[in-house]
Design a protein around this ligand. Structure first.
Ligand SMILES: Nc1ncnc2c1ncn2[C@@H]1O[C@H](COP(=O)(O)OP(=O)(O)O)[C@@H](O)[C@H]1O
Ligand SMILES: [Mg+2]
Length: 385
């Protein structure tokens, strides 16, 4: 377990700065001095009275008074010593013992048992503190075990990604290319049905390649992390639009954008995020001339982005489902896709400490469209405008 160095103890305030032992000594000394001075004064008075030759009965009483004073002095001395003994061995020492044990635990020796046997109050206190220590340690160890387990399963996922990227893609490429070669080389000897079967096979292999690539992207977020630094989202958006330029031109989509801020993030992943959302906006267009607007506004520590289109929109009841991996609302021949895009987007945003959701309220009355909103942490060193 890791632990920060033990911070210095909080200093006491006011009269509490003096340790209990000093208070005890000070009060003891004042009491003893007062008592001795009082006794001496009384004895002097007695001597004074005696010098005036009092009646024998009075003289006898004065003698008794002297004896009483001496006995009282002895009793008080014994009682004082007894008190010193009790305070020292029954209070101060066990407190020091407990402090020492607690300091050891606080400094990182979490298995150090806290136990003080007396007095009863401290024994109870130490046993409660010790059961608190045991509970905290147990919970901590359990959390550590879970973290280990998570690291292990992440490692397995990494392994899976590796297998998917190399061991699966290679044979797939073989299937696709040899099937295509089959058609090229023996096309003249094949009938139409055979050619159609070959087309299905090539199509299947290509789709599987797409799926594997998307899955790889998905598994990379948070694993092959890349740095998170102050990043210009405007540049990430421009790259995404460049990558989509063909689709945007082909469909005649008009893309408008606000001034984009800087956030703390990973440039590559933010590009992927914009690209997937805009790709969807273009893909799920309606009969209207397609328009997409990328907006942004400040929301406390975060920037809230939006991607709004005037396409076919998403029914409110599917607002959660569309973010699940492989979940799609349309048949593949109507709108192609793997159903990983939004799951990947959500993973990227959550990895950055933000949230991504479908905004059902947004959109003008005459055109439905879909509006996605997401937050990203603002880079600290800029104006709040
Ligand atoms: N802009 C949008 N307009 C309408 N529907 C959308 C939009 N974006 C996503 N969807 C719906 O959410 C589903 C999941 O999206 P996504 O995960 O990107 O998968 P894919 O794009 O591969 O279908 C889509 O199949 C679609 O039904
Ligand atoms: Mg998509």
């Amino acid at each position: 377990m890791r632990i920060h160095p033990l911070p210095p103890p909080k200093p006491a305030t006011g009269l509490g700065k003096l340790p209990v032992a000093r208070w005890f000594v000070a009060i003891g000394v004042v009491t003893a001095v007062a008592f001795v001075m009082g006794s001496v004064l009384i004895m002097m008075l007695v001597a004074d009275v005696r010098a005036q030759r009092p009646l024998p009965r009075v003289a006898a009483q004065l003698d008794r008074l002297n004896v009483a004073l001496i006995v009282l002095l002895v009793v008080l001395t014994v009682a004082g010593l007894g008190l010193v003994f009790i305070v020292r061995f029954a209070v101060l020492k066990p407190i020091a013992q407990l402090t020492d044990q607690v300091r050891k635990v606080a400094a990182g020796d979490f298995d150090h048992e806290l136990s003080v046997e007396r007095p009863a109050e401290l024994a109870e206190l130490s046993s409660h503190v010790d059961s608190m220590r045991r509970r905290v340690v147990t919970a901590w160890r359990r959390a550590e075990d879970q973290a280990d387990e998570l690291r292990r399963s992440n490692g397995e996922l990494e392994q899976f990604a590796y297998v998917a990227s190399h061991d699966l893609q290679e044979p797939l490429r073989k299937v696709a290319s040899f099937t295509q070669m089959l058609e090229q080389r023996y096309g003249d000897r094949l009938d139409d049905r055979a050619k159609e079967y070959i087309r299905y096979a090539v199509d299947g292999a290509k789709r599987m390649q797409l799926l594997i690539n998307d899955l790889l992207d998905f598994s990379r977020v948070g694993r092959v992390t890349g740095e998170r630094v102050t990043t210009d989202t405007g540049a990430a958006l421009s790259t995404a639009l460049d990558n989509l330029s063909a689709a945007i031109e082909d469909t005649g989509t008009v893309v408008t954008r606000d001034d984009m801020p800087k956030v703390v993030g990973n440039r590559g992943q933010l590009t992927q995020l914009f690209q997937n959302l805009i790709e969807n906006a273009v893909k799920f267009r309606s009969d209207l001339p397609p328009r997409v607007h990328i907006g942004v506004k400040r929301a406390g520590e975060m920037w809230e982005f939006s991607c709004a289109d005037n396409g076919i929109g998403v029914e409110a009841k599917y607002a959660d489902r569309i973010f699940l991996i492989f979940q799609r609302l349309h048949a593949r021949d109507v709108y192609p896709g793997t159903g990983i895009g939004l799951a990947l987007c959500r993973k990227i945003v959550e990895y950055h400490g933000g949230q991504l959701w479908l905004d059902n309220e947004a959109g003008e009355a005459d055109e439905q469209g879909a509006t996605f909103r997401w937050t990203l942490p603002a880079a600290g060193d800029e104006d709040d405008d």
